[in-house]
Design a protein around this ligand. Structure first.
Ligand SMILES: *Cc1c(COP(=O)(O)O)cnc(C)c1O
Length: 414
């Protein structure tokens, strides 16, 4: 079957809720992908950080196959061997003593919301059904109706209401706005330490530290969604470590599944996790033996292969090279670790055009919010491959400069 017929089938029988680049990926290995025609691409996208370990990591494939042939799914109606060791490893790495496993990221966000509300009523003493959670404009926490209800992005919400009450939006990175929004009914503040889908938006330095102090002072939970920023992506194991703080709740997903399975978790303190009793929460697949075995190995690989350190070192080099391009088309280069957003001046070209040109040169990336090209390669990428990818971007940018910029006399000639 040809590439276009695969795309046609998706279009004919699926929903149009995505607008993928016109490429059909058939195989992946490490940082590389191949399409159905055999063309090779560097994956500078890693499925929004879900593939931090690279495609088909041999140790993760082995953990998957071994566990799958022994026992895959039993539901939490019974105990099984892999879950306990996985949770122990996860809590050691997060520094939070307990974890509740789910599957997709948004389910772990929902878990955090439930935990925060119960804690608000049962520990803080907020009157029934009055609990509030403070969230940030520009947030992305997933796609359930509750979660999109507190998105500031109309595109995510249009005609999907009515939405759940109990959320207050404040500008991201504005500690005074958080302070003003807080009251006796505030159960938690829920934020990304760096906003991913918003275009890799960093808060002002010191914001997380101030937020930590404020939450402690006002007796409310500080919950960080590190589904995309966590597990080495930003050059620290967790982005909140840049400000040397510890949240009360931490939400993980994406890379936790080792690029093989959806695995997420809500991590927290004893006090918060004790809010859950039998029947109060659950998931048929959450914490299943296959997921637990793969996620456990994914955590071990992050440590043993120094993926966090690689992210820090290679990310700094990538950012430096991108900035050195000094192009009038590029308004900003920002990010942390191997997680970089390049802001393209929309007066010249939409970010999607840049992504299409990159694809033609064998580099896959994805625009976010029309103006930002996001680079998030697997953390195991070799320096040579990364350099090659960045060089392709440079060539695309120079091509676009030649096509789009007004030729100003002698200066631009040749
Ligand atoms: C991707 C993402 C989610 C949602 O995860 P899903 O697995 O798609 O449900 C939530 N929060 C952040 C910060 C994310 O990047």
């Amino acid at each position: 079957m040809s590439e276009t017929s695969f795309i046609d089938l998706e279009t004919k029988f699926g929903a149009a809720n995505y607008l993928p680049l016109p490429v059909v990926i058939a195989r992946g290995e490490g940082a590389w992908l191949w399409d159905t025609a055999g063309n090779k691409y560097l994956d500078m996208m890693s499925a929004y950080s879900a593939v931090s370990h690279g495609h088909g990591h041999p140790r993760l494939l082995k953990a998957l196959a071994d566990q799958a042939s022994e026992l895959a799914i039993v539901s939490r109606a019974f105990h099984a061997k892999p879950l306990g060791p996985f949770l122990k490893k996860l809590t050691h790495m997060t520094g939070l003593p307990r974890a509740l496993p789910m599957n997709t990221g948004v389910e772990a966000v929902e878990t955090a919301i439930k935990a925060a509300r119960r804690w608000g009523y049962r520990v803080k003493g907020i009157p029934k059904d009055q609990a509030e959670i403070i969230v940030a404009e520009g947030n992305f926490h997933g796609r359930t109706t509750t979660v999109i209800g507190f998105s500031a992005d109309e595109e995510y919400k249009e005609d999907f209401g009515p939405f759940a009450a109990g959320f207050k939006l404040v500008p991201f990175g504005d500690i005074e706005a958080v302070k003003a929004a807080m009251g006796p009914n505030t159960a938690a503040v829920l934020m990304e330490p760096i906003q991913g889908e918003a275009g890799i938006v960093m808060p002002p330095k010191g914001f997380l530290k101030d937020l930590r102090a404020l939450c402690t002072e006002q007796n409310c939970l500080m919950i960080l969604d590190e589904i995309q920023t966590g597990l080495g992506r930003t050059g620290k194991l967790f982005a909140h470590q840049y400000e040397d703080i510890k949240p009360d709740g931490l939400i993980l997903g994406k890379a936790l599944g080792g690029g093989l399975l959806p695995v997420s978790a809500f991590c927290s303190t004893d006090e918060v996790m004790d809010m859950f009793d039998p029947g109060s929460h659950g998931s048929t697949f959450g914490g299943n033996p296959l997921a637990a075995a793969v996620a456990h190995e994914a955590l071990v690989v992050i440590e043993e292969e120094n993926l966090t350190e690689r992210s820090a070192t290679l990310g700094a080099k990538m950012k430096q090279k991108l900035r050195a391009m000094n192009s009038p088309l590029v308004q900003d280069v920002r990010g942390a670790g191997l997680w970089v957003g390049v802001e393209i001046d929309p007066n010249f070209a939409p970010a999607r055009l840049v992504c299409e040109r990159l694809m033609a040169r064998g580099v896959l990336s994805k625009e976010t919010h029309e103006t930002v090209v996001r680079f998030a390669p697997p953390l195991m990428i070799s320096e040579d491959d990364l350099d090659w990818g960045v060089e392709q971007f440079r060539v695309v940018i120079r091509e676009l400069e030649n096509e789009l910029l007004p030729k100003s006399g002698e200066a631009k000639a040749g």
